[in-house]
Ligand binder design. Structure first.
Ligand SMILES: [Cu+2]
Length: 176
């Protein structure tokens, strides 16, 4: 009977931990250890962002040297032209600066000197959160994606897995 308890508790712990990770928010530190700076390669930040998946609710963190850089969100045209006009919200001058991501395209630049022209600019696409009630909008359909590589199972799937594992565990218990 002790084995039973161990198996059941083990299953419960495993499912609980997995559920916590499925719910957790991802913090993306822009440029990783490089931070937010004038990159050596102008495409550095697109190289950083390309393999990543950004979901609504994730946090985007800009770490930079105060007084040397800043960060502001801008519309696409301003991003492409490296213009700080039509800024979306404030220009943030204190590191670290955190943005809570919402679904859609977002563009960020540094307004110091020619930093943006030199590649200190970031464009990302944020996908809807993984809740089953928020399917991706049709506008996302033409964006390359790799289904299956990204998502953790939604809570409903976790619940189903939980009950299946529990019934297996209980069956094992009573057959011992
Ligand atoms: Cu800068």
């Amino acid at each position: 009977m002790e084995k039973c308890v161990i198996v059941v508790v083990g299953v419960m712990v495993a499912v609980f931990v997995e559920g916590m990770f499925a719910q957790s928010t991802t913090v993306h530190v822009v440029g990783d250890s490089m931070g937010w700076t004038v990159p050596q390669n102008p495409s550095e930040y697109s190289t950083w962002a390309n393999p990543k998946k950004f979901f609504a609710g994730d946090i985007l963190t800009f770490k930079f040297m105060n007084g040397r850089h800043d960060v502001v969100e801008v519309p696409k045209a301003s991003y492409e032209g490296c213009s700080a006009s039509n800024a979306i919200g404030n220009t943030f001058t204190t590191s670290p600066t955190n943005f809570s991501l919402t679904q859609g395209h977002h563009y960020y630049i540094c307004t110091f000197g020619d930093h943006c022209q030199s590649g200190q600019k970031l464009a990302i696409q944020v996908l809807s959160s993984q809740e089953p009630s928020h399917p991706p909008s049709p506008s996302n359909a033409n964006v390359p994606s790799t289904p299956g590589s990204s998502s953790s199972p939604p809570p409903s799937v976790l619940a189903a897995v939980f009950f299946n594992l529990m019934s297996i565990a209980l069956t094992l218990c009573f057959s011992m």
